[in-house]
Every structure is written in structure tokens, then in C-alpha cells.
Ligand binder design. Structure first.
Ligand code: IMP
Ligand code: MG
Length: 332
């Protein structure tokens, strides 16, 4: 019982959507709660060959019977939310906290033409500008938007009441080193922190309900947008090793680290306090593991990496993600 929080150790795109969908089924969760800054994140995976992708609704609600709530700390783009509800037939299943800040057209157009946003290579979803207006007490809330009226709930009350006797998966977005206040790369960051504590705060969830924190570690970390990236591979190395990846929201090609930065992993563990680690994109690091689903397929290369990660984070690696299908997962 209680909440399971998922948080990315590095710069994002570590496979949070898939992990949340997987653990929600594993633990027979009652709720999946979306945390993080807004629709700047895109979570995706394949389910029986079908591409599942969302920017607002908790991704796991698309492929499982869970009640989804967008927590009050997340900026909501009503158009994107309503389009996802329709596309995946989520009426009556996914709801919005009535307090959520709203992204309006002006926020999006302002972000698209703002020099600073262009410099940091923002996703230009309007998230940052909407949050800034909200902080200035100039923003709208979900309760002010007519089209959202049938989707409004008091998420804070509902989640805190239910956490006593149900499992709640908190689907955080972005990543530790994209955090506004907690990373080392300002201004190349998003518009709020993206840590365990930040996601708890987005949901206004009582800390006593935390049951597990799963830190997502991508074997060969990637980053979209500008800003420092340690151990960065050249584009020719990326293509010769067939490590190309593209952002699902923006189509931008991802930059890639050639190895895990152990100092940053230690920092991410210290900040987020994981009880478990999910090691993702194992097939990119050890191609023989592609699509593997059983423990006997774990290669020596991955085993070595697991030992080092456990030593640095102080938490056991309990999941190995091996491909883009929901089922491509090994539970250790
Ligand atoms: P913004 O939050 O859209 O303004 O983007 C600020 C920076 O954070 C840019 O470098 C984005 O690429 C990055 N960013 C924002 N959201 C995500 C995400 O969900 N995954 C990866 N990078 C992100
Ligand atoms: Mg927040």
C-alpha cells in the first residue's frame, strides 16, 4: 500500500512511461498520478505492437484499468489533454485536479518566439510561461476552463485518502538534472524541480505514504536540447553504434553520453533516496539483451554494471528494461 514514486536520475527519456505502466499492473495500482512540470514531457512505449504516447494523461492508464489523475502541480494544456482523452477513450477514467495551472495559446506563442527559450532549446509547449504567470498570480486554473468541467476532481484529497489502503503510482516527468533548483546546468533546465520531493509536492501527498522510490537509470544516458552533457559521443559515434534516438514530442535527435557519470548518479541517489533502481535501455548497452524477458538472458556486461550501480546508489537494481514493448522487462 502507499505510493511508488518514479524519478529519472539524469536528463530524461529513461523510459518512465513504460516503467509506470509496468509497475501499475505488477502492483495492481488503483491510481496513476501524473507529476512533473507539464506537457513538455512525452512518455511512450509499445503495447502488443501499438505505439502508446501521451504528454498529459498518465501513460499507463491507456493500457490498464487504473484511475488517472493529473496532480495540481502539473501545468495542463486543455487541448492536448482533451485530444488524448478522445484518442485513447479515457472518458471517466482520467481526471484533472481543479487547481492545475492552465497553459493558454499566448504562453505557447510567447515561448516559441522568446530568445532565451530558443537558446536553451525549450520544447516550446508553453509550460514555463504558464508556470511563470501562475507564480505571478495571473494564471488560470483548471476550474476556470469550461471544457474541463467534467474532468475536475479534488486530486489532493482523493489521493491522500486512498494512499492508506491502495497502491498509487506517481508518474514523474523530466529528470533530476533538468531540475530548476537542484541541477548543475541552469539555465538549461525545465521550469521546476523534478526530484522525488518535487513529485511528492506536485501531488501534495503526505510523505508518510511513500512506500517505494524507483530511480530510473538509463544505461547510456541521453539528453535533448542544449546544455552540458558529460562524456558526450559525437554524432558519427552515435550513428556507427546505431544509438540514434529521437524525441517523441519534438522529433529532435538526442545527444548521448558514452557512459554513466558516476558522480552524478551518486548525487541523484542522494537527492532522490531510491529504494530500488530500474536500469533501462539495457539493449543499447548490451545488444544481446534485446527484448529479453528472463533472468538467464542477463549478460556479464549488464551484471557488472548492476554491481556498480548498486554500490553507488545503495539500492538494489530490480528492473531491467530490454526493449520498447511493455513486456520487454526482466524483474530481478
Ligand atoms: P522546457 O521545459 O520545455 O522549457 O524545456 C527546457 C529544457 O528541458 C529543454 O532542454 C528541454 O529539452 C528539456 N526538457 C523538458 N522536458 C523534458 C522531458 O520530458 N524530457 C527530456 N527533456 C526535457
Ligand atoms: Mg512542482
Amino acid at each position: 500500500m502507499g505510493a511508488i514514486i518514479t524519478v529519472d536520475a539524469f536528463w530524461g527519456d529513461g523510459g518512465k512511461g513504460k516503467l509506470c505502466a509496468y509497475i501499475s499492473k505488477e502492483y495492481d495500482a488503483k491510481y496513476i498520478v501524473r507529476a512533473g512540470t507539464g506537457p513538455n514531457a512525452g512518455h511512450s512505449y509499445f503495447y502488443n505492437g501499438t505505439f502508446i504516447h501521451s504528454r498529459m494523461v498518465p501513460t499507463g492508464c491507456i493500457t490498464g484499468d487504473f484511475r488517472g489523475i493529473i496532480s495540481s502541480g502539473v501545468a495542463v494544456d486543455p487541448q492536448i489533454f482533451l485530444a488524448e482523452i478522445e484518442k485513447y477513450s479515457l472518458d471517466g477514467k482520467v481526471f484533472v485536479d481543479w487547481r492545475c495551472p492552465i497553459i493558454e495559446h499566448d504562453h505557447i506563442s510567447a515561448e516559441q518566439s522568446d530568445e532565451k527559450m530558443i537558446k536553451i532549446d525549450s520544447t516550446k509547449s508553453g509550460t514555463g510561461f504558464a508556470r511563470a504567470d501562475f507564480i505571478m498570480r495571473k494564471g488560470k486554473q483548471a476550474k476556470d476552463i469550461e471544457g474541463l468541467s467534467t474532468y475536475l476532481v479534488d486530486g489532493i484529497e482523493e489521493i491522500n485518502k486512498s494512499a492508506r489502503d491502495s497502491v498509487i503510482v506517481i508518474e514523474g516527468s523530466q529528470a533530476t538534472f533538468l531540475s530548476l533548483y537542484a541541477s548543475d546546468r541552469y539555465p538549461y533546465v525545465t521550469s521546476d524541480n523534478c526530484t522525488t520531493a518535487a513529485f511528492l509536492d506536485d501531488a501534495s501527498l503526505n510523505w508518510q505514504y511513500i512506500d517505494k522510490v524507483i530511480l530510473i537509470v538509463k544505461c547510456l544516458p541521453t539528453c535533448v536540447g542544449n546544455g552540458p552533457l558529460p562524456f558526450e559521443l559525437s554524432t558519427s559515434e552515435i550513428s556507427s553504434r546505431q544509438l540514434e534516438e529521437y524525441g517523441v514530442n519534438t522529433g529532435r535527435s538526442k545527444r548521448r553520453s558514452g557512459q554513466i557519470d558516476w558522480d552524478r548518479l551518486e548525487y541523484a541517489a542522494n537527492v532522490n533516496g531510491p529504494t530500488e533502481v530500474a536500469l533501462t535501455f539495457c539493449d543499447q548497452y548490451s545488444p544481446e539483451m534485446k527484448s529479453a524477458v528472463s533472468k538467464d538472458k542477463v549478460t556479464e556486461k549488464i551484471k557488472k554494471l548492476v554491481v556498480k550501480i548498486e554500490k553507488i546508489t545503495g539500492a538494489p537494481v530490480t528492473y531491467l528494461s530490454t526493449g520498447n514493448e511493455l513486456s520487454h522487462m526482466i524483474k530481478l
